[in-house]
Design a protein around this ligand. Sequence first.
Ligand SMILES: Cc1ncc(COP(=O)(O)O)c(C=O)c1O
Length: 397
Amino acid sequence: MARTRLADRIAAARAERVAANAVRTRREIQAREGAQVLVDGRTLTSFCGNDYLGLSQHLDVVAALQEAAAWHGVGSTGSALVSGHHGEHAAFEREMAQWLGYERALLFGSGYLANLAVMQSLLGEGDSCVQDKLNHACLIDGARLAGCELKRYPHADVEAAMRQLMSRREGAALLATDGVFSMDGDQAPLADLALVARTQDAMLYVDDAHGIGVLGPEGRGSLAVASLGAREVPLLLVPLGKAFGGQGAVLLGSDDVVGHVAETARPYLFSTAPAPAMASAMRASLQLIRTQPWRRAKLASLVARFRRGASALGLPLQESFTPIQPIVLGDNARALAVSRALEAQGYLVTAIRPPTVPENQARLRITFSVEHREQDVDGLLQALAEAVKARPDPIPA
Ligand SMILES: Cc1ncc(COP(=O)(O)O)c(C=O)c1O
């Protein structure tokens, strides 16, 4: 490879992204109340957050965070194994383990970090990590960094997963899947994957970022829906930035496996533990998730209303019955144009483009929250129908 100046390469890459409508910018949220956000001085109704149950601004959750910060301060002061593991972390881990029926829980600062940690501490050279092609980027990145062999099966194709596991000649295997797919909203075939994992001596690992809190009795997520527990799914990840309305992630498993991750995972050992106040806030969220089933019922009814309306308007719905309802539009320019048209009508729905989704599958990832009202859903549907109709799918050359 010829010598190159790094600055020149970066400038060329940025120019390429401009030409491909692939530039990503951040929108500054100046204020927020529920699904209403103030952006560039305008109030918009957001349909692209992950605060499914509306807990991120719940008074109990905010009060728990404030009180704990007053008692414990803001920072945890160190890595969990040095000085950063506090009483609030320990209490939250115990409550999570008990709620979901696992021996042990371990709190991380983010879901991304947790997935790097799990893969890096459990897998290495000679091992296999078999994953759904549409798994979240951090599962894929984790396996890449772990140095194991990464095999990705076509989306939800259980037989392909089986073949990939059967083809391994040596080493241990982890079968990893999202519980609910983050950009598509559909649910993984967990019962079948559990069977495959058992017959192939693989450990099944489910990242339930978008199922926990939203699905199943008490919001116990994708596993509860599939009648699975710690025996069939020995390792479970519960990211806290979605239905829990906070930040961080909890890994659940046996004493042995979770203990091994805590003792050996570099992303755990060498990172400051999350704020004790966040653990306290998440304990309050857990209480609300368990005891307020009306939140799940309202969310389900908003999703059903959207699907009925979208189908009557001829909008291209996907096979999703969760609060993630993507409208796949194809090329980047079309997704951006529809997103801008919605914004002009008062709705914030960011266009999701590659590499977050596969090439030519740019989309609007519409998400619902209990903070939405029925009239918000109806208004979005009208605006969406007009915006999509005004920008028909280009006829392929
Ligand atoms: C399935 C899945 N896992 C993990 C993550 C990352 O979690 P975090 O945002 O806490 O890093 C996300 C979301 O962003 C996700 O959708």
